[in-house]
Design a protein around this ligand. Structure first.
Ligand SMILES: [Zn+2]
Length: 98
């Protein structure tokens, strides 16, 4: 049975819980009965400990704005090439057959 780590979003209380994989995640803090979230462990490097999870939140919104900006500038390449421009100039060379 894996050990799941939880953290309370209200009081930042962290605790571990033995649960089966099929068990539903805990959502209630045993201390203040606030909302908890499951901390994903397992060596993925995604452990948010202590304070700082709101920093990632801030960063993600900034990243989104940044991405939107970039997306705007690269969305339309300013190439206005009309297909009519590729018409060849008429070559009126008289056919000289001797
Ligand atoms: Zn709590």
């Amino acid at each position: 049975m894996p050990t799941y780590q939880y953290r309370c979003l209200d009081c930042s209380y962290e605790f571990e819980e033995f649960q089966a994989i099929s068990d539903p995640p805990l959502t209630v803090c045993p201390v203040c009965h606030g909302k908890t979230e499951r901390i994903i462990t397992g060596g993925a490097g995604l452990i948010f400990k202590g304070s700082g999870f709101y920093i990632t939140d801030h960063r993600s919104s900034q990243y989104k704005a940044e991405a939107a900006k970039e997306n705007k500038s690269t969305a339309k390449p300013s190439k206005h090439k009309s297909p009519k421009e590729s018409s060849k100039p008429p070559t009126t060379s008289p056919a000289t057959s001797s």
